[in-house]
Design a protein around this ligand. Structure first.
Ligand SMILES: [Zn+2]
Length: 564
């Protein structure tokens, strides 16, 4: 028998108790527990993590003009970065010139010798493409950039520092195609007419193809309430599809200086259409368990193993596994989700994926405020794709999420902060990005990822990353022509022949199967949904040869049946 107890943790309730009040998401505690209970495994995880970070740095070659800038950005992030912005500059600059947005990768529009207090109009900036707007490489004065829709109606982005010598840089992904005015000022929105500098608008990044990730949701339930509906599961998949494509309507309420850094992550999700064996599925498994609670923080790993009252994962190289069960977090403040980093999932394949409390999943049914808008899963899938907590898991301003376009932050946020919200690590306007999905604010306050968060996930799944195989998984493709090779495995009729009373047994549960009894003329005499693996049928029909057809949404199988 396969050994299943490989990953049981020792009881660490004391360690956890000190964290429980704020620890909604268990990933940090989880890894700390491994560190204490299994140093060898921990070393493996750290090695995977190191290689992952190397890949993130290498992915910077995507940015034509930014090679080797990773470390300098990291430095500037710690020492100011976004958080040194003093205020949003007003639309009161002098017109400098106009130019068309670059259209090819590496192409640029350069405004040479532009003064502080001037602006340029850039025409035809395309929605969804990311432009680098920058004065990096100059050292004439401490620049600040503000971006407005042309004519000054709406400020859409701004930043002070991000590169060396207090120069400004923005990675701007327009929501709508159009013309934009880019204002150059000295820091604190001052005009600097005595010295000029060079302002570059560069198309620095060509959007990668959109990747569709097949999802299987394992509902592991004890009370019938915990056995959440298909509709609730679909509501969560919808939220993921909106949040990872920046089509969530809540993005409109993001603070302006942060919205300009928001980005389309270019991932979408489907409930699996075929299971690991190629059989049709609705992407949902349902498992009754005797366990009333899955106490992951205390070292309980049973959710990941069928033999322990949980559910074994599907092939992690083809599916994002999401387990929905009763976690300790609700109603007691505490754990409501866990998402495995790519480097953790690689080291411990059986647990790879996301675990969520059934009350912090989807937008209906059992979901309860303030975790009833699906953002818990967006957050955990963020971890799954390589993102860290936005405050860097260290409460001393030294911890980092390794993203240069998220302000430094000391601890997790909670509730519904009001913008601007500052802290000791980001003491100036615009403060911390509490509205980022990788913070702990209430669902209603979280609405965006940034461009550098995208870059981190890119290292997970594209360019041969740890999760690259998800991009080519057939999981989202409806199963076709199934069971030809396993015809007898699919369903059985017993006894056959019969007098009209027989049992149909499904070997594999498929999506909403319908059974029909058809006579030799092709007439359907009887039709019924098959709700269980075994269905007893009692028919009163004349002796003869009949066909039994069992069909799902995409497929069907026919077998011959004799009534004598
Ligand atoms: Zn988290």
């Amino acid at each position: 028998m396969k050994k299943r107890s490989l990953f049981l943790f020792p009881f660490l309730i004391l360690t956890f108790t000190s964290l429980a009040q704020s620890e909604q998401c268990g990933i940090t505690t989880f890894i700390n527990n491994i560190k204490k209970s299994n140093p060898e495994l921990y070393a493996k995880i750290k090695q995977n993590e190191k290689e992952y970070e190397k890949k993130v740095r290498e992915s910077n070659i995507t940015f034509v003009s930014d090679k080797n800038s990773y470390e300098s950005k990291k430095f500037n992030h710690r020492n100011g970065g976004l958080s040194s912005i003093q205020s949003l500059c007003g639309y009161n600059n002098s017109y400098f010139g106009v130019g068309a947005a670059p259209t090819v990768l590496g192409g640029s529009l350069v405004a040479n010798n532009i003064y502080g207090g001037d602006y340029i109009t850039v025409t035809n900036m395309i929605a969804g493409r990311t432009y680098r707007i920058s004065t990096c490489g100059n050292n004439d004065f401490d620049t600040q950039i503000t971006v407005y829709t042309s004519g000054g109606t709406t400020c859409v982005a701004f930043n002070d520092d991000l590169c060396q010598n207090n120069q400004a840089e923005i990675y701007f992904t327009p929501f709508t195609t159009g013309n934009y005015d880019i204002l150059l000022d000295e820091y604190d929105c001052q005009s600097t007419f005595i010295v000029s500098t060079n302002l570059i608008v560069e198309l620095d990044y060509t959007p990668d193809p959109i990747i569709t990730i097949p999802v299987v949701v394992h509902v592991v339930w004890n009370s019938t309430t915990q056995n959440i509906s298909d509709a609730q599961i679909n509501s969560q998949i919808n939220v993921l599809n909106q949040d990872f494509r920046r089509t969530n309507t809540s993005i409109s309420s993001a603070p302006i200086p942060f919205k300009g850094f928001s980005t389309d992550m270019r991932y979408q999700f489907c409930l699996a259409q075929q299971d690991p064996n190629g059989y049709p599925t609705n992407g949902i498994t349902r498992t009754f368990t005797n366990k009333t609670l899955f106490d992951i923080p205390s070292g309980d790993s049973s959710i990941w193993f069928s033999s322990l009252g949980g559910q074994d994962s599907w092939d992690r190289t083809k599916y994002l596994n999401i387990w929905v069960c009763n976690l300790p977090g609700i109603p007691n403040p505490g754990l409501i989700g866990v998402g495995t980093f790519p480097w953790l999932g690689l080291a411990v394949p059986a647990i790879d994926g996301v675990v969520a409390d059934y009350q912090a999943f989807g937008t209906m049914g059992t979901a309860v405020a303030p975790t009833n808008l699906g953002k818990n899963i967006t957050h955990e899938v963020g971890h799954y794709l390589g993102l860290r907590h936005i405050w860097g898991d260290e409460a001393n301003c030294a911890g980092s999420d390794s993203c240069f376009d998220t302000p430094n932050q000391t601890i997790s946020s909670s509730g519904t902060p009001t913008f601007p919200f500052t802290d000791v690590c980001s003491p100036n306007y615009p403060g911390i990005m509490f509205n980022n999905f990788m913070d702990y604010s209430d669902d209603i306050s979280k609405n965006m990822f940034t461009f550098f968060q995208f870059v981190r996930t890119d290292a997970a799944i594209r360019n041969g990353g740890i999760r690259a195989s998800l991009a080519t998984s057939p999981g989202c493709i409806p199963s076709t022509g199934f069971y030809e090779n396993n015809f007898n495995d699919f369903f059985t009729i017993f006894p056959n022949p019969s007098r009209g009373k027989f049992i149909i047994t499904q070997q594999k549960l498929i999506n909403n199967p319908v059974m029909e009894i058809i006579n030799v003329l092709g007439e359907v005499l009887y039709s019924s949904k098959l709700k269980d693996t075994k269905t007893e049928i009692n028919l009163s029909i004349p002796p003869g040869i009949y066909l039994v057809k069992v069909s799902s949404e995409h497929n069907f199988v026919i077998r011959k049946m004799i009534i004598d």
